[in-house]
Design a protein around this ligand. Sequence first.
Ligand code: HEC
Length: 159
Amino acid sequence: MNPSLRIALVFCGSVLIAARTHAQPATTHPMSHDIRHDSRQEVVFPPLVKRHTLATMRMHLQGLGEIQQALADGHFEEAAHIATMNLGMSSMHGNQMAEDAKYMPQGMMKLGALMHQRAAEFAVAAQNAAATGDVRPPLRALSQVTQTCVACHAVYRLR
Ligand code: HEC
């Protein structure tokens, strides 16, 4: 290859690399995780329990979306009902909780219980809003629910 062409190519390459490096933010968002170092605690669930747990999780996420929709529409009773059925204690079917609990570390179990408790608190706040029309208390209570999702996901993963 022609030496000056090679130098030109190398130069262009360096400029591209420099530009790309520059495009990356110098600091990452404080909440973001370094995916090369997953320091979450690995919890071993039997395959069927894991599949059931993840299906329940997806149902929780769907429930959050439906609750937000109901709040936006001013359907407070409905929001309370969804929270009770989908995120509350009654969202656990039969002896499922006892079954799952066998495989959960203590801290995970506590966070699960906290989520159900906060869902119940949300339901009360949403029912009150049906009388007051003020969406803020149930919204605040809902963010407490979401924070328990975030807290557990930050610490545990399933194998
Ligand atoms: C007690 C702990 C805990 C709580 C509370 C919790 N999760 Fe999870 N969730 C997990 C774990 C563990 C996983 C698996 C993560 C992994 O292996 O990377 C998971 C996975 C998920 C997934 C992925 C499902 C899939 O098919 O892969 C979704 C969606 C999810 N959670 C939603 C939620 C939402 C929404 C909430 C709150 C309303 C919530 N979770 C509360 C522990 C929890």
